[in-house]
Design a protein around this ligand. Sequence first.
Ligand SMILES: [Zn+2]
Length: 325
Amino acid sequence: MSNPTPTGKFEVRILDMGQGDCNLIRCPSGEIVMIDCGTTRKGGDGIGVEGFKVRKFLGKRGVVDFLILTHADSDHYSRVRAALKGRRIEQVLHSDAIRSYSRARTSEWLFNEDISCERVLVNRREPGSREVTSGTFADGVAWSVDILASDKFDEEEIKPKVGAKPTQQPTIATKDRNACSIVTLLSIEGGDSVLFCGDATAETERFLRGESKRIGGLHTLLAPHHGSDSSSSKDFVKVTAPKRLIVSAGRTNSYCLPRLSVIKRYTTLNQVAPHVVLGYVPRDKQGVSKKARAQFEFADNFVSDRDIRMTAVDGDISFEIGPPA
Ligand SMILES: [Zn+2]
């Protein structure tokens, strides 16, 4: 295999996109899996500072092996075209119809570039998964990256009519888009796992309970839907029991994310972060409550102990994981 990572481990980087998402994974094989690249920032269709960070991460490697577009909301894909300009993309895995990715002329770019695009279906009525890529570490321990959930529709419901062009693929109604987010699991045999949830909702999480053996006791969970209240159901928090939680959310987002109630679910049900230290006061439509301030204003006193992290506070978050020692 070409270009293995120097350490032979997974290298994971959660980029600070403001309100948005971009997750980069360098597999032990050297393959690149990129999950989303979008922001609500002004000029969010251009390359922006984040696009240059993507390029820096890719370095001399001209290829992105797998681009996963979790769903067709622009805060998840607005920068992808500019960031990947001039790079080859081997395969795009997406949930909604390609034509739904219309901002920044992303769909035109994907149609024109002769890229292999696959609309992923993991039928939520039964547990199931689709492998993205897999391999083994130098010591023989197996690893894999899999999609656990995506479209909730059956193939019959969303397949194009006979003779229809790709541009005529049926699209998912906006209200269902988040529930159809692609959920990606990075897992190591007998070791750690990381779950990337996009904007998955409690509905998606109900499906994922069928995968409880694979998503239990996570090394790291990227909180679904930026810590929104419509995700991170109690059952999901209990089942995933993450050692570390990462929330990708913008400091001044008008959605007031993450919700304090959601963070509390992780700290009380699961005992992630015995002391919650974010140094970040989530905005509240009614202003910030005193209670919220008390919870969050620990500033950076416990930096080294933190196991809840947030892109709004920490900026880009990077870590490596490898086979069990
Ligand atoms: Zn989002």
